[in-house]
Design a protein around this ligand. Structure first.
Ligand SMILES: *Cc1c(COP(=O)(O)O)cnc(C)c1O
Length: 384
């Protein structure tokens, strides 16, 4: 039996940075300053610099980044926000938590990101914003999205939770729309030791408003001028993230190299097929498509395959970790039943939910582990 290959191995990453992280956490513990404060401010400046944006506002999670962004825009009950049905729950969940309505637009089946060609048909007089999601680490088609938003006077909030350091025509994720939302959930490319997130913007007044909403809406303390919440970032998380940020470019390069190795190995094994061959039932897998005008940071390496669930089982039997991102599109979630959607409404999203599978792509994977994954898939019977 070959060595196990987990989907993600955070212990391998921690082993490389243990001493630095412990020193940083120790610094916070000695200061006994735990909520916001100098570590958080330093992280905000460093993330803003990294993503090439003027302001960063540290918050408690990626989910809260989206929520506070919508609150700062004063999204009201009944307002409509256009987004993709093929995403993590939080994107749509935050819209509904404000009693606004998520209006879904199907994805481009090649990139899995929202299809700009279908956005305009979804705009109504109640539409306020568009939230494109940069799924798996490759940015949505921001050129046409921004053009449509400007023509209809809509705000764009980028859900960049999976895309820190990605770019589109040289512009970094999170900085093209009015606001960009990041998550530092442990499995993201930049992950904390718990929950954390950030909103970035080039608008100073908006950054100030985000800071107001993240801390109960009071100014000065105990005099509340808006109804905000506790969306604050902890100093311990900021201290850990500051250490990790120094390694992010190297880790991203390693993920990109792993992706390139997969491409070479899958092609060499005759397993890489194109979308047409896949549709006509040829055995093999469709690899992620990397578009030439953007930088993919590979938070996930997601393939498309026939008999997806059987392939997961086969890989599991050989101790190879996989995950489905995501098995149920948002329009078919039970909690959104009152939106009135049914199967067939967003066919590209539904097909992706049935056919896709994430393979291990984390930085510390060895060449041998990558070969093990490819060889194991090579022994799978794509047809009964
Ligand atoms: C991870 C993620 C979020 C939420 O981030 P949390 O930090 O887990 O709250 C939102 N949107 C997308 C696309 C994500 O991948």
């Amino acid at each position: 039996m070959s060595q196990p290959v987990p989907l993600l191995d955070l212990k391998a990453q921690y082993a490389m940075i243990r001493d630095e992280v412990r020193a940083a956490v120790d610094r916070v513990m000695e200061s006994q300053y735990f909520i916001l404060g100098p570590e958080v401010t330093a992280l905000e400046d460093e993330i803003a610099a990294y993503v090439q944006c003027s302001h960063g506002v540290g918050v408690s999670s990626g989910t809260d980044a989206l929520l506070v962004a919508l609150m700062a825009l004063d999204i009201q009950p009944g307002d409509e926000v256009i987004t993709t049905p093929y995403t993590f729950f939080a994107t749509a969940g935050c819209i509904v938590r404000l009693r606004a309505k998520p209006v879904f637009v199907d994805i481009n089946p090649v990139t899995f990101n929202i299809d700009p060609g279908q956005i305009e048909a979804a705009i109504t007089s109640r539409t306020r914003a568009i939230i494109p999601v940069h799924l798996y680490g490759q940015m949505a088609d921001m050129g046409p999205i921004m053009e449509i938003a400007q023509r209809h006077n809509l705000v764009v909030i980028e859900d960049a939770a999976q895309a820190i350091g990605a770019d589109y025509h040289g512009q970094r994720a999170g900085t093209i729309g009015l606001m960009g939302c990041f998550s530092f959930f442990p499995s993201k490319n930049l992950g904390g030791f718990g929950d954390a997130g950030m909103v970035v913007t080039n608008d100073a007044a908006l950054a100030d408003r985000l800071r107001l909403f993240r801390n109960h809406g009071y100014r000065p303390k105990y005099y509340n001028i808006v109804v905000g919440g506790n969306f604050r970032l902890d100093a311990i998380q900021a201290a850990v993230l500051r250490v990790k940020l120094n390694y992010l470019e190297d880790w991203t390069t390693e993920r990109q190299r792993n992706a390139a190795d997969y491409r070479r190995l899958f092609a060499g094994a005759g397993l890489a097929i194109n979308a047409e061959a896949f549709t006509s039932g040829a055995p093999g897998i469709v690899l992620p498509v990397e578009l030439p005008d953007r930088r993919h940071i590979y938070n996930q390496f997601v393939i498309r395959c026939a008999r997806r669930d059987a392939l997961i089982q086969h890989l599991k039997e050989h101790q190879i970790g996989t995950e489905i991102y995501y098995p149920q599109p948002m329009h078919l979630q039970e909690c959104f039943a009152d939106l009135g959607h049914r199967p067939g409404d967003f066919p590209a999203s539904e097909a992706a939910a049935h056919e896709t599978l994430a393979l291990p792509i984390y930085s510390e994977l060895t060449e041998e582990m990558l070969s093990t994954v490819v060889e194991t898939i090579g022994r799978f019977r794509f047809h009964d």
